[in-house]
Design a protein. Structure first.
Length: 310
């Protein structure tokens, strides 16, 4: 169940507010779409599949309507590890307790992994088919028969062919989603963008840079744990945050890969993560990163939980 925060009194008028789950198989552009809808980066993106591992709530208030978006991990079809089981539980929890579902799929494609996610959708909850990455479709005429086929798989309320990178498409999606949200007071303050803490955003930002700079060499079973997150007074800066993070990997070879030649790769991960966090949190950041080996952690349910997975 989704925690519903204390409701705030809306300005006068017919306010709308509701939750919208963004679901789909790994790597269809869910996090890119969430960031576009919120108007700021809150969910990490990379070309590597299985980047998102948590349920991340993004909030956008426009006019009298507050949109509460829930970005979910891509549903994992291999149930081999405790980590994958945890990710799937997160997806299942999100799709059953929302006002609207955005089922995100690559325009013109429908794979067995897409079908698996589609089978999770509950009857009675309206679902939009978001045919993303429209910019990669060369012949738009091919989409009409594909959309007809898609309607045989599930009774979608509407089809929305779009690109998450196109601002006009994102505007159109807002207008469509608004109709499905109930009239009720907002759940969050007007300026809030996410229910996630800065500490969480710090771990996700380091993890994104880790994926970005190791490419496909590093297994996705690496993770990031924040050991220290402290705000300290500073005469020079309005805010000063000191962060100590540990990158957890499964083998010594992975550790060497993350550190890189003469520590260059780890230094680059740290520099880019620090610069991005300073922008996100509007403060000065000191960031220390360590790399530790914990073999088999992704298969150990207790350790998966201790590293912050649901």
């Amino acid at each position: 169940m989704m925690d519903t925060p204390e409701k705030t009194d809306p300005p006068a008028g017919a306010q709308r507010c509701g939750s919208i789950a963004i679901v789909g198989k790994p790597n269809v552009g869910k996090s890119t779409l969430l960031n576009a809808l919120v108007g700021q980066k809150i969910s990490i993106t990379s070309r590597k599949a299985q980047t998102t591992r948590h349920r991340i709530t993004g909030i956008r208030t426009r006019g009298l309507t507050q949109f509460v978006f829930v970005d979910t991990p891509g549903f994992q079809t291999h149930h081999t590890t405790a980590l994958n089981k945890s990710l799937n539980k997160t997806v299942m929890g999100a799709v059953g307790d929302v006002d609207l579902v955005l089922f995100v799929v690559e325009a013109g494609k429908f794979m067995p992994a897409d079908a698996k996610v589609l089978s999770l959708l509950r009857p009675g909850i309206p679902a939009l088919l978001v045919a993303n990455k429209l910019d990669t479709v060369h012949r738009r005429g091919d989409l009409a028969p594909w959309l007809g086929e898609m309607n045989k798989h599930h009774e979608f309320t509407e089809f929305v062919p779009m690109s998450a990178k196109n601002a006009k498409d994102v505007e159109r999606l807002f207008a469509i989603c608004e109709k499905y949200l109930p009239e009720q007071p907002w759940w969050y303050g007007e300026d809030e963008l996410t229910d996630r803490t800065e500490k969480f955003l710090a771990s996700e930002t380091v993890r994104e840079k880790l994926f970005r700079f190791t490419g496909d060499e590093l297994p996705y079973t690496s993770t990031v744990v924040i050991d220290k997150f402290e705000e300290e007074p500073s005469p020079k800066h309005k805010r000063l945050v000191k962060i100590a993070a540990t990158i957890v990997v499964e083998r010594d070879g992975h550790k060497a890969m993350v550190i890189g030649d003469k520590g260059e790769r780890l230094k680059r991960i740290g520099t880019e993560a620090r610069q991005e966090l300073e922008k996100l949190m509007d403060c000065k950041v000191f960031l220390e990163i360590w790399v530790k080996v914990r073999s088999g952690w992704a298969d150990d349910a207790a350790r998966v939980k201790s590293f912050g997975y649901e």
